[in-house]
Design a protein around this ligand. Structure first.
Ligand SMILES: Cc1cc2nc3c(=O)[nH]c(=O)nc-3n(C[C@H](O)[C@H](O)[C@H](O)COP(=O)(O)O)c2cc1C
Length: 339
């Protein structure tokens, strides 16, 4: 099927990846400020939507400026998708992504996420329900290579999905069994680009703008999706744009990180403002100080913050932290991946 997709693709149009626990409305708005061309929500359970599960409403929070937006869904039962999709379309959501990449047990044990890659027929049925409800070109699917090495089936699945009318594919080139181990094999992204007629987005080990530029060059992909890279450096989107334009990317300095942290708090306060959002930010903010000295005491002071103003003052104090020689922001050991 020949479909077109009206979402932004291109080397200079990086996306924010779906990030369970992180890519909520305030963080999406922050990334948009720094040049994210399109954002994906945290994964949302279709069963949770059907049965009014806790938090589904928060996960679906949107604002008129939060565009273009892709809602990522997970589940494994076509009939549940059939019941949920019309309501989502009616609420004004236009683009959707099917999560076939998440490998954590709590998702795969119900046959969802990367477990769907073991059942291509079922995966296709779910995708078809989504395409039928949203329209051709308005659904993407986020894939891994397959369940394990020797059983890579992403090419066959990708081709069948393209025939079905999906608008784009995203590949995180690790197997489900690999979780986040080893390295993302970008050569597999290049293989998918050659094999399907739809845009392919790259995901996996894109921790810097330089890495993203290299991935674009090496794979010919239609665009990149920043995930962990955006969590320590939301300015990564702008940095990629500058790099591709031949400009000098703005360096990641203590001052620019303090500004990002401050903007993040202000957006959270304005767009959410709940105690849950406040607690989540206290845990999130130390990420902005990665590679700076004094991160431990910052973390402690953040835990002690009792209100938004105190949080803002601590965020501003990041500007005074010294940069550690040779330190990088790309040690993600403390982040237990949710997917
Ligand atoms: C904390 C965390 C949460 C994630 N949540 C999701 C999710 O909800 N849906 C999804 O498809 N992938 C999810 N992922 C996977 C990312 O979107 C991305 O594919 C993966 O992190 C590889 O990119 P990176 O190496 O550049 O981080 C998550 C990853 C992390 C680290």
């Amino acid at each position: 099927m020949n479909v077109t997709c009206d979402l932004p693709f291109g080397p200079g149009a990086p996306w924010l990846a779906p990030l369970a626990g992180y890519s909520d409305l305030p963080f999406r708005m922050l990334c948009r400020r720094y040049g994210a061309a399109c954002c994906v929500t945290e994964m949302v359970s279709v069963k949770g939507l059907l049965y009014g599960g806790q938090g589904s409403e928060r996960l679906l929070a949107k604002s008129p400026d939060d565009q273009p937006l892709v809602v990522q869904l997970f589940g494994a039962e076509p009939d549940v998708f059939e019941r949920v999709m019309p309501g989502l379309v009616q609420q004004g959501y236009t683009h959707f992504d099917l999560n076939c990449g998440c490998s954590v047990r709590k998702v795969t044990k119900s046959g969802s996420g990367s477990a769907l890659m073991a059942k291509p027929g079922l995966l296709l049925s779910v995708a078809k329900v989504m395409v039928d409800a949203a329209g051709p070109g308005r659904v993407g699917v986020k894939l891994r290579l397959g369940i394990q090495h020797g059983e890579e089936n992403f090419i066959e699945i990708g081709q069948r999905l393209a025939d079905l009318g999906v608008g784009w594919l995203t590949l995180h080139p690790r197997t489900a069994k690999q979780l986040f181990g080893g390295e993302a094999d970008w050569s597999r992204i290049a293989e998918l680009v050659r094999a399907v007629p739809v845009p392919v987005l790259a995901s996996g080990d894109l921790f810097t703008a330089e890495a993203a530029a290299r991935c674009l060059r090496e794979t010919g992909c239609a665009g990149v999706m920043f995930a962990r890279g955006a969590l320590t450096d939301p300015m990564i989107f702008d940095r990629l744009r500058a790099l591709l334009a031949g400009d000098e990317p703005r360096p990641r300095t203590a001052l620019s990180l303090a500004q990002a942290a401050t903007a993040h708090i202000e957006l959270s306060r304005e767009l959410d403002g709940t105690p849950r959002a406040f607690r989540a930010l206290r845990a999130f903010l130390p990420r902005y100080a990665k590679g700076l000295s004094g991160i431990r005491s910052l973390r402690q002071r953040l835990i002690e913050c009792q209100d938004w103003d105190e949080l803002l003052a601590e965020a501003q104090s990041i500007a005074t932290l010294a940069e550690l020689p040779g330190a990088t922001a790309h040690d993600h050991a403390d982040l237990s991946p949710e997917c």
